[in-house]
Ligand binder design. Structure first.
Ligand code: IPD
Length: 309
């Protein structure tokens, strides 16, 4: 019921804040004591798939809080699944929490501040609540289905997303002049030079490199980014900071919260490759478990008012 959902939303926001606080405390220790930097992470599937004690501690905290408050809900957490639980399609119709305790683990290890906790709550396979908190940046993104998406910065008042106002409609309706793209490299680097990841990253880079823009009418892509946190990528597309994001190797915990936030902000997320020509992007419903995601920012407020897309 709506009342239940409000209660779960409030619980999830507090949980995100508490978990983010743990991340911040752990990160501060890393900045202040360089003994902590020595081998405080271990490899999982390969040399770029890493886990720290912080990932495990924060996941255990979140899992414990949820189990105490909502014992009948399912829990899917990155570290729980890395420890051998089945990697088969994970989401079903049960109310399920889908959590990445520390997204951007490599950033955290390297003291690059783009890391966050991501808490998604999924009902009937639909991301229904999303909390993303990047404590080092003091950015708390929250959304609940039907209630909009918000950003609180430095504990300020909630600001509705999107925040960045764009004079042009979002891709794929418009050529990429003036856009900022984000594209992650993922953790599986077995791709060949003619493989999917190479080709897709290359298509982004090519669009950025074209002098005069794709349409030859001037203007170019403003920038291409790779943050190292799929979760923050989605939050920044929802904010309007990024026009488009693509990644080809995400797990449910990377995207569950971000999908809810982006959809509530009015953006679009689909399971597709970035097309060679973005204006022909196929739009299909996002399906958790696809591993392949393309996100497109919301229209700016003036576009929404005039009904243009
Ligand atoms: C990873 C990050 C990275 C993305 C990977 C994710 P983790 O999550 O979001 O940017 O490329 O696909 O698995 O390991 O930092 O939680």
């Amino acid at each position: 019921s709506q009342e239940n959902l409000d209660g779960i939303y409030a619980f999830a926001v507090q949980l995100g804040k508490d978990a983010g606080r743990m991340l911040l405390d752990a990160a501060r220790l890393r900045y202040s004591d360089d003994r902590k930097l020595e081998q405080d992470h271990v490899e999982k599937d390969n040399a770029v798939d890493l886990v720290t004690q912080t990932d495990e501690d924060v996941e255990a905290f979140i899992k414990g809080q949820i189990a105490a408050k909502y014992p009948s809900h399912k829990f899917i957490g990155e570290e729980t699944y890395s420890k051998g639980a089945s990697r088969a399609y994970l989401i079903d119709d049960e109310p399920t929490w889908c959590v990445d305790p520390l997204d951007g683990t490599v950033n955290y290890i390297h003291l690059f501040p783009m890391f966050c906790v991501s808490i998604g709550f999924i009902v009937n396979s639909i991301p229904t609540i999303g909390i993303i908190y990047a404590p080092f940046l003091s950015q708390l993104f929250t959304a609940c289905r039907g209630r909009g998406a918000f950003l609180r910065t430095h504990d300020g008042p909630p600001q509705p997303l999107p925040l960045v106002r764009h004079p042009v409609p979002p891709m794929p309706a418009k050529a990429p002049s003036g856009c900022v793209f984000s594209c992650e490299w993922g953790k599986d680097r077995r791709d060949r030079p003619d493989g999917n990841m190479h080709r897709k990253v290359e298509s982004f880079v090519n669009m950025a490199a074209e002098v005069g823009g794709r349409d030859g009418k001037g203007g170019m892509v403003h920038g291409v980014r790779s943050l190292g946190s799929a979760t923050l990528d989605l939050a920044y597309v929802a904010m309007g900071a990024f026009d488009i994001w693509w990644e080809g190797g995400c797990w449910e915990w990377d995207v569950a919260a971000g999908i809810c936030i982006l959809q509530e902000a009015g953006g679009l997320v689909t399971t597709a490759n970035p097309p060679d020509d973005p204006s022909t992007a196929p739009i299909e419903d996002v399906r958790l478990g696809s591993r392949l995601y393309l996100a497109i920012r919301p229209a700016g407020p003036s576009e929404m008012e005039t009904g243009r897309q």
